[in-house]
Ligand binder design. Sequence first.
Ligand SMILES: Cc1cc2nc3c(=O)[nH]c(=O)nc-3n(C[C@H](O)[C@H](O)[C@H](O)COP(=O)(O)OP(=O)(O)OC[C@H]3O[C@@H](n4cnc5c(N)ncnc54)[C@H](O)[C@@H]3O)c2cc1C
Length: 399
Amino acid sequence: MDESNRIIVAGGGPAGLITALALAQQDIPVLMLETQPIPVDHRRATTFHPPTLEYLRQLGAVDSVIENGRITPIWQFRDRKEGLVAEFDLAAIKDETDYPYRVQYEQMNLNKVLYRMLDDYDHVDIRFGHEVLSADQDADGAWVQVKTPDGEQTLSGLFVVGADGARSNVRRALGIGFEGFTYEEKIVQYGTHFDIGAALPDVSGVAYISDPDEWCVLLHLPEYWRISFSSRDGEDDETALRDDVAEARMAAFLGQSGATVALQRSIWRIHQRVADDFRKGRIALVGDAAHINSPMGGMGMNSGVHDAVNLAEKLGQIWRSEADDSILDRYSRQRRHVALEDVRQQTIRNTKFLNEKDPAARRASQDAMRAAAEDPEKRRAFLMGSSMLAGLRAANAME
Ligand SMILES: Cc1cc2nc3c(=O)[nH]c(=O)nc-3n(C[C@H](O)[C@H](O)[C@H](O)COP(=O)(O)OP(=O)(O)OC[C@H]3O[C@@H](n4cnc5c(N)ncnc54)[C@H](O)[C@@H]3O)c2cc1C
C-alpha cells in the first residue's frame, strides 16, 4: 500500500468502519487501526433511524440490518404510573423515506457485517491490537504514533480520521476541546427473555417511560427485551447489577415476578459533549470522538454514521483532486451543526421528559408530547426531527 496516498482511520467502531468502507468503495487505500485485539461485542446502540438505513443501502450494508433486525414503526412516550402519553407511527412520513420505521439491531452485529465487507478490499489494511497514541501532520501528510504488539511505530498517510470513540486520543492530540456536561444519574441496563409484550400488552417495541423516581426505557430486540432504568441514589454499580436486585427492579416495574437477566447487564454514564472543531488540517473527527449525547432517542451511532458518509465523500473529492481541503471546514460546519442544534436539543428534551422531577414541568413536557402526537402537522414535524431526516437534510444543505 502506498503510504503517501492512504487514509488512516483510528478506531474500528461503527463510525470508523463506515468511513473505511465508504473510502474503500471509492478505491481509496485505507489503513484502519483498532486498539482491541479482536472486534468487541458492545451492547450499546440498537436503534437505526431511516436516513441511516438509506446510507447503509447506498453502501450495500442494509440487507442484514433489515433481515435480522426488528422493524419498529411505532414508538411511545409513557408515564410509569399513568401509561401512554403519546404514540408516534413513522408511517406518517412514508412519503419522505423508503424506510418509515426504526430498526432495532445491535451495533455489534453491524460491526461484524462491516468487518466482513472490508475484508473483500485488497486496498484496506486492518490492524487489530494497534492503539493510536497521538496524531500529527505537516503540509503534505499526517501520521499517527501507534502502540503495536511489536512496539511503538509511526504510521503515515495523506489524512487521518479520528474514529477512536469518546476518549479519542486523536482529539486530545489536536488539542480540541470537548465541552458539555455529564448527567448525575447513570443508566442501568438489563436484558431479559421475559415476554414483556405479554405482560404490558399496549407497550410498543420502543417506549420511553418517565418517572420522577425511576424512569425506564424498553427496547424490543430480535432476541430479547432490553430494560434500562435510571440509577438509584446511593446504590453502587456492583449492587445494581446483582441478579436479585435486577429481578426485583424488573418485578416492581412489570407488576409481576419472573423476569431474569439474560444476555446483558451493564451500567453507562450519560454525557452531552461536542468537540470545538471536527477538523484540524489533515485530521478530522467522526462519531463519538466528535460528539457524545444521551442515548434517549437513539442518535449517537446514527449521527456517527452520517458523519462518516459525509467525511468520506469529501475526502474522496480531495483525493481525486476535485476539491481542495477547505471542504473539510464544510464537513465540520455541517456535522457540528447537527450535533449542537439537532441531536443535542432532541436528546436533552427526551432525557428531561424521562427524569423531570418538578410536577408542573413534567406535566408541561407530557402535554407537549401529546400535542405533537395529536396534531397532524406537528406530528409530521416531530417525526421528521426524531427520525433525524430533517436535521440531516438541513445540515447537508449548509455551505
Ligand atoms: C447504553 C447506550 C445505548 C446506546 N444506544 C444507541 C442507539 O440506540 N442508537 C444510536 O445511534 N446510538 C446509541 N448509543 C451511542 C452509540 O453506542 C455510540 O454513539 C457509537 O458506539 C459511536 O460509534 P463510534 O464508532 O464513534 O465509537 P465506538 O463505538 O466507541 O468505537 C470506537 C472504536 O475505537 C477503538 N479505539 C478507542 N481508542 C482507540 C485508540 N486510541 N486507537 C485505536 N482504536 C481505538 C475502540 O476499541 C472502538 O472499537 C448508545 C450508547 C450507549 C452507551
